[in-house]
Every structure is written in structure tokens, then in C-alpha cells.
Write a protein that binds this ligand. Structure first.
Ligand code: FAD
Length: 307
């Protein structure tokens, strides 16, 4: 019940100002976003790699309003990639990007986002890694898939995300699986209307399994983005039935959520990639994490009271 309210608040400037200025926030935000700078996040990357995990890095920020901010987002990723190159962790850490942060919602946004993301994809390829385009709200997806297709002409390893709560996703999965793409499947984290998305958790979970089957039986590389123990077990079973070996697919989970499970799956020989977000503009990312588990909200308010 609380989830949709929190998601609505995630788009409110007034709430953004309130939450960002709340005395609490560092302590609670740190659970999901381990740093604000490249320097702060480097030890997290090193520790994860040393313990057998891989990463996908997200420089947080969305809802930008100027082309200059979009260029700054591109430069932030380029600086991160430079740093990973020096560390020699290029092949262990890929990038996750939100095209909104690269200017997708601005004037000529499709072209602007493509122009900004391309150098990031090129730089990632140069250090032996790749980029995955995150899925945002449903109005952005046709543009995201078109940019994905365009980038794949030169960089076939470029990945994208699909969301099981959307009615369109089974069709998207068939097309992407046939094209041999890298595809992360998630349930979906935005507030979507009943005209385009399942609203009931059980329907979203059933759709997840249907889409997962399409991906596992297809020609692409499935990336299973979920913390749901039932879906993790089903993914293993579907992969096995489809004749996939352990390195023919991977699991992905978010930093700060079910960390024991990250290590358990990695120890079993699975490829486990941890989505690690960092940066100063953490509000939208943080609010989506609160919405996914309302118990997080209690933690948030409790820490405000104890300040
Ligand atoms: P749930 O049923 O929500 O959760 C299963 C269990 O996991 C819960 O019972 C709880 O124990 C734990 N859990 C889940 N979320 C939390 C949380 N926030 N705090 C504490 N515990 C939690 N969504 C998009 O729309 N676009 C994207 O591009 C995108 N990329 C993602 C990348 C990765 C690697 C992952 C893992 C998720 C991504 N998401 C994205 C978010 C996704 O859509 C879901 O909102 C999120 O993963 C929660 O769904 P779940 O599958 O974990 O299942």
C-alpha cells in the first residue's frame, strides 16, 4: 500500500528538498549508496572483486534539466572508467546508465542521450567491459530500445533492462532473445498505470517467470535481476533445463540488499554482479529502495527520531 505513495513522492521536488535536508539521511542512505565520490566507492569495488563478486556501477542522478548536466553525467562515467582502468578492474565492473541522466527528456533528447552515452560505451569497451541501459518509466522505453539497437551495431555487448510488470515485456523479451542480446530482467521499480502494467505482485511474479523462460531458451545472455529467493531458484532450474552452463547467465542484486545471498551464489560458482550506485544525487534511487520494502521506511523514520 505504501509503495505507490513513496514512488509518487520520488518525483516530487518538494519531497526531494525535505528528504535530502533531513538530519537522518546519511546513515540510512549509506545502506544502499555506499559513497558520493569515485574515491569513496573504489574500496567497495576492490572488496567486492576480492571476494569473487562482479559489479555494475551506477552514477546516480536523473531528472536533469540542462544539456550541461547531461554532459556532466557522461563525464562522471568517463572518470569512473578511467579509474577502473588504473585499478585493473575493467573486466569485473560494467556500467549501468539511465538515459534520462544523459538528456533523454530534454529537447532532441533521443539524439542527445545517444550522443552522450556513445563515448561511455566506447570507453567501457576499451577497458574490456560494457554498459547496460537501465529501464526507466514506460514512456522512455521505445527510445531506450532504439538507442540499445543503435549501440549494438558497433558494440554488440551493450545490454538493456526489461521489466516484468509491463504488459509489453514478453514481446520485448522475444525480440531481444532472438537478437542475442545481454538482457537484465527485473520486476520494475516505477509507478506505472494499470493500462500498461500488472498491479498485483502475484501477476508480476508470474510474468517474471514467463519472461525468464523466454530469455533462458533464447540466444542471448540473461541477467537475472532479483532478490526474490523463489525466482532465483526458478532461474537456476530454467537455466539448467535450457542447457545453459553457469557462465551462460548471471545473477544481479543491489548493493545493500541480501548481501549474504550475493556471496552464497558466488560461492556456488554463479556469476553474481552487484549493482552499486554512488554519487550525490541519490534521492530518486533511494526512494525506489524505500518503496520496494516499506519496512525500510520504518528504519528511515526511526533514525530521524534518534538523531
Ligand atoms: P521483491 O519481491 O521486491 O523482493 C524480494 C525480497 O528481496 C524481499 O522480500 C526483501 O527481502 C528483499 N528486498 C527487495 N527489495 C528490497 C529493498 N529495497 N530493501 C530491502 N530488502 C529488499 N528496476 C527498474 O525499473 N529498472 C531497472 O533498470 C532496474 N535495475 C535493477 C538492477 C538490479 C541488479 C536489480 C536487482 C534490480 C533492479 N531494478 C530495476 C529494481 C527492480 O525492478 C525491483 O524493484 C527490485 O529488484 C525489487 O524486486 P525483487 O525482484 O528483488 O523482488
Amino acid at each position: 500500500m505504501l509503495g505507490p505513495v513513496i514512488l509518487a513522492a520520488s518525483r516530487s521536488d518538494k519531497m526531494r528538498r525535505l528528504v535530502s535536508a533531513a538530519p537522518v539521511t546519511k546513515q540510512v542512505v549509506d545502506r544502499f549508496i555506499p559513497g558520493e565520490t569515485v574515491d569513496a566507492v573504489v574500496p567497495i569495488v576492490q572488496e567486492a572483486v576480492a571476494s569473487g563478486l562482479e559489479l555494475t556501477m551506477d552514477v546516480v542522478g536523473e531528472d536533469i534539466t540542462t544539456p550541461e548536466q547531461a554532459a556532466a553525467a557522461r563525464d562522471a562515467y568517463l572518470a569512473l572508467i578511467d579509474r577502473l582502468k588504473v585499478l585493473g578492474h575493467g573486466t569485473k565492473a560494467e556500467m549501468s546508465v539511465k538515459l534520462s541522466m544523459f538528456g533523454q527528456a530534454l529537447e532532441n533528447g533521443h539524439e542527445l542521450a545517444l550522443a552522450n552515452v556513445r563515448p561511455v560505451v566506447e570507453a567501457a569497451a576499451a577497458i574490456g567491459t560494457t554498459v547496460t541501459l537501465d529501464a526507466e518509466d514506460h514512456t522512455t522505453l521505445d527510445s531506450m530500445f532504439a538507442i540499445h539497437e543503435e549501440l549494438r551495431k558497433d558494440f554488440p555487448q551493450t545490454g538493456c533492462v526489461i521489466q516484468s510488470y509491463l504488459f509489453r515485456t514478453e514481446d520485448d523479451a522475444r525480440r531481444l532473445a532472438a537478437a542475442g542480446s545481454r538482457v537484465r530482467l527485473v520486476k520494475g521499480a516505477y509507478k506505472e498505470p494499470a493500462s500498461v502494467a500488472y498491479q498485483d505482485k502475484a501477476d508480476i511474479d508470474k510474468a517474471y517467470v514467463r519472461v525468464l523462460r523466454i530469455l533462458m531458451e533464447g540466444d542471448g545472455y540473461p541477467m537475472v535481476g532479483s532478490h526474490d529467493p523463489r525466482l532465483v531458484a526458478i532461474a537456476q532450474e530454467l537455466a539448467h533445463r535450457a542447457g545453459r552452463k553457469l557462465d551462460d547467465y548471471e545473477f544481479q542484486m543491489l548493493y545493500g540488499i541480501r548481501s549474504d545471498e550475493h556471496h552464497r551464489l558466488a560461492a556456488e560458482g554463479h556469476r553474481m554482479r552487484v549493482y552499486t550506485a554512488y554519487g550525490t544525487d541519490w534521492y530518486g534511487y533511494f526512494m525506489r529502495r524505500l518503496a520496494e520494502k516499506p519496512a525500510n521506511l520504518l528504519f528511515f523514520f526511526r533514525s530521524m527520531l534518534t538523531k
